[in-house]
Design a protein around this ligand. Sequence first.
Ligand code: SF4
Length: 286
Amino acid sequence: MEILVAQYAGFCFGVKRALEMAKSALKDNQEIASLGPLIHNPQVVARLEREGLRVVDSLQEVACGRLLIRSHGSPPEVYAAATAVGLEIVDATCPFVARAQRAAAELQRDGYGLVVVGDRDHAEARGILAHAGGSGYIVEHPDEVAELELPWRVGLVAQTTQRLDRFQAVVSAVLERVEELRACNTICRATSQRQESAVRLAEQVDVMIVVGGYNSANTSRLAELCRDTGTATYHVETAREVSPTWVADVERVGVTAGASTPQDAIDAVCVRLRDLEEASDGPMGK
Ligand code: SF4
């Protein structure tokens, strides 16, 4: 069985940067907390918690010390509230997320009604909207556009991990309803590289394994894109979840991983696939 790993898979620049900032902050003995998990990978977050990072659900739980802002950013109110109670801010917002926040704020300032193409419940999409004053819409699918009350001119930005085809479809749907449209493609390069290489690989293999947190939007999107190619696709968080039945009788397996998946999780999946092959005594299932 041939195991092929996507050209671009695993940790992106923004996640690596956030982890480095967290690790360097943990070297001091001062308390440090993140509002929600630092990245969408439970195994990595558990490791950081063992090293001393507190993961909290609300600012009220942080009495003193430092607040680590995650790579997908926070609304301006969080900065203001943290500063007001004397917390020091360690800002790990990815520069590409910050660019999307700025683009949204500029569109709002220039008088455009704002549409953010993203996941309605995702902190990054909500944060982008909040940086533009909070008014506007988060749209997940082009079909939702018909229901929106849109002004005559609209500005669009994307959550950085969106699919380009979905962003384009929302742009077209909005364009039919407004006189003026300004679309800023704020999908980050790391996301498009991971999506393009996942699809290229999915088209060449019998089965795709996508590794990453179940709560990771960009990992779920990779799995969705691979499935769209017609190739059997499985999303796993850990190597142990890879079932022997998925790869029985297959010749080529592709592996890819979301931007919040560490290299060791990708390696573990490859080792697991090799072990399954050896256990079946030769090419899988033969
Ligand atoms: S996926 Fe892109 S925007 Fe998000 S953290 Fe990684 S590099 Fe930054």
